[in-house]
Design a protein around this ligand. Structure first.
Ligand SMILES: [Zn+2]
Length: 271
């Protein structure tokens, strides 16, 4: 039997038919431009887990200022309704902190009864967000959800190999965190690097260290995230600090109980 056929066992809750029903699962939410490419076929994520992520977890990423700006810039459209996901950078949920400055330049031409205006219109302002720990936890869970499903997608759809079986207990930490928010006393840390060029696709790469620690690096429309799937809450800080992600940059941030630079985080945890 081909081991890469859908197992009809949920990768999150490990339940099987007939306890649960199955549905397709979008690795990136459908409303935010998933063009039916990064989709897990029926038999991998159960309806209950899928529904929970879609209604409770993913909205926190979709609302995040950086994701929002990228979504507008890339003109992401809802692949189901074909409507634009977001059209304005400064909207009700994302107001500018300062008065928005608008710059307009017009060049007009007249010929017989026709007026043509050549328009250049720019607006600038400041988006900011003061995160509290609750919001950081939701954001971390949403990214871990996408990361782990991206691995499942790599395996079941792109037919790449995974060094540890997807139902192995090694993945219990990432499953418990994304699906249930456990443990509740600390936020599972991950790295964020804000690329300056939005790109309309998902990239995914996996690393294995010391034969058992699994890390992934995920490019979500030009916004990069690095995370670990296997270390538990006692060792994750140390393991993440030891990891050398593929981007060498002082601009990497850690989303954790607080946000800080990766350099500072390494000094705190690497010993
Ligand atoms: Zn499930």
């Amino acid at each position: 039997m081909d081991q890469q056929t859908p197992p009809f066992k949920c990768i999150w809750c490990h339940q099987q038919e007939p306890q649960v029903e199955f549905d397709k699962s979008h690795v990136i939410p459908q409303c935010a431009g998933n063009n039916d490419y990064t989709v897990l076929p029926v038999g991998i994520v159960c309806k209950k887990c899928n529904g929970y992520f879609g209604s409770k977890v993913e909205p926190h990423l979709l609302d995040d200022p950086l994701f929002h700006v990228i979504a507008v810039a890339l003109e992401l459209t809802n692949s189901k309704s074909k409507k634009p996901f977001r059209q304005k950078i400064f909207d009700k949920q994302h107001p500018s902190e300062e008065r928005i400055k608008r710059h307009l330049s017009l060049k007009s031409t007249l010929s017989s009864n026709k007026l043509s205006l050549q328009i250049s219109h720019q607006e600038s302002g400041v988006l900011s967000r003061q995160y509290n720990t609750r919001e950081l936890a939701w954001l971390s869970r949403a990214i871990h959800k996408i990361g782990f499903e991206a691995m499942a997608w790599d395996f079941y759809v792109r037919k790449k190999n995974i060094p540890i079986p997807i139902f192995d207990n090694s993945f219990a930490p990432v499953r418990a965190w994304a699906r249930e928010g456990h443990p509740t006393n600390s936020i599972r840390p991950l790295l964020r690097f804000m690329g300056n060029k939005p790109a309309p696709q998902l990239e995914y790469q996996m690393w294995i260290q010391h034969g058992h620690k699994i890390y992934c690096w995920l490019n979500l429309y030009g916004d990069w995230y690095g995370m670990n799937f296997t270390s538990n809450s006692n060792t994750i800080d140390k393991h993440l600090a030891e990891w050398s992600p593929p981007i060498e940059s002082n601009d990497i941030w850690v989303i954790s109980n607080e946000m800080m630079s990766f350099d500072k985080y390494k000094i705190m945890h690497q010993r």
